[in-house]
Design a protein around this ligand. Sequence first.
Ligand code: ARG
Length: 588
Amino acid sequence: MKTIMDEISQLVAEAFAGAGYDEKYGKVTLSNRPDLCEYQCNGAMAAAREYKKAPIMIAGDVAAALEGSEVFEEVDAAAPGFLNLKVKASFLTEYLNRMSSADRFGLEMPDVKKKTVIDYGGPNVAKPLHVGHLRSAIIGEAVKRICRYMGDEVIGDIHLGDWGLQMGLIMTEVRHRNPGLPYFDEDYKGEYPEEAPFTLSELEEIYPSASARSKEDEAYKDEAMNDTYMLQMGDRGRTALWKHIMNVSIPDLKRNYEKLNVSFDLWKGESDAKPYIAGMVQKMKDGGFAYESEGALVVDIREDSDTKEMPPCMILKSDGAALYTTTDLATIAGRRKEIDPDRMLYIADKRQEMHFTQVFRCAKKTGVVREETDLEFLGFGTMNGKDGKPFKTREGGVMRLETLLKDINEEMFKKIRDNHEVDEDEARETASMVALAAVKYGDLSNQATKDYIFDIDKFTSFEGNTGPYILYTIVRIKSILNKYKEAGNSIDGVKLNTEVNPTEKTLMLELVRFNQVVASAYSDLAPHKICAYIYDTANAFNSFYHENRILNEEDKDRQKGWIALLKLTKELLETGIDLLGFEAPEKM
Ligand code: ARG
């Protein structure tokens, strides 16, 4: 079904036409002056130029043409030529009734469903997850859910970093600690052990120490580069060791993402690009695109319109080893062959913009991907601490995701326990749900491309523009509905009121915007628009709640209408948070 704005615009356009003006001037927007009106149309101002007439006269003609309308309660022509509009409650009720009986609240889906791969998460195997990965997971999950809700066929791919130098570093360190292991013995022909030569916690410690040592010890770093190279060339022992690293790390990653309510359809990694590298490189050479420069293989990707310097895209290092660009390009080749998507969407730190520009241009230029495939990069800003610098631990180290989530869970648990008496287990479970909402909403309510300040006190607050406030509102609605049912009433088949009071109407005016907001969050890849919508809706609901004694209302029909309104508000808020990737508890 059409958005409410389109429906209203159509009526106003017809009125323009009826009054002898072009209907293109009938576009209606939300009011800039909610104190005066609910919607407005500024078309008379533009029409004034074409018709050489004072805008206020045109607005007056259109207002006259709208007289007696079923939809508008008030139409005012205001100086210098605005049309200020208020709609009848019966129109809102009728629109909301249609919304609630339609699939996905009447959301109109695009005609073409795009087959989309979303590349997000991007953790690096055996390196600890840090807050940068948190943003990719949170934003990517929300974008995935929004695209799916709009009807696209979406495949989420975690694209593990599992093929780079960190693997070589780990191998070098393992060898230094235990030189007798068979993985490094060229003459070893037997089976390799089934058991990994390290536990998860050992592995977690191995990478940072290897990384630190490689920064001071040239020879050690060379060894690590050689191990990486050997792995990439398919060395048997290193491949076996690599499998151990993967097998130990991945279950842990899965646990972490599960806690974040983030799930991937594909657990592929950079290493899965391997079978595509040789063929791709050959084609780039044959096509005359790739050439040698300072020993490395590169492709020029400069375009005449470039104003900034655009370095060539490196395809292979001088030793023939794969780079970040290599695996990304070959992954595109693999996705084309295995999935053939219409769109590939990457969610990563905006500091990787140059990398993706190079990859996308190179892929298009050399024919790795079809010309019409969309390659898009959604780059996000940095998550900063209260000091405005990238988020760190109290000691100044890189904040691990697990530590961060534990801190927030603890904070939330204290608040919930202090709020009222609940048993410990229940409080823990609720706390983890609310904590997740705090983190996700805190992130998603900002425009993704911007940096933002991670402020635990603010994010975990039950008041203001926060996840816990949204959940609190949903829980409040649930509790009213439950009390209503406990008093022996049914909440089925209740109908919205057609005569409403001001706070009731304000809430309805928010609810009707749902499908427009979702469509625009989709086309702009902007989950923050859904946050803004659910926040406005929660505010409108809470004003309504404070003005009306819902459960004590004597007029039972009126009360039923309110219950219907609560039900719909709850459904829309729940749908909103589901699109954002979190859920509300029963109690809080
Ligand atoms: N592993 C990368 C990192 O930690 C992110 C991967 C982003 N996706 C991609 N296809 N390059 O920075």
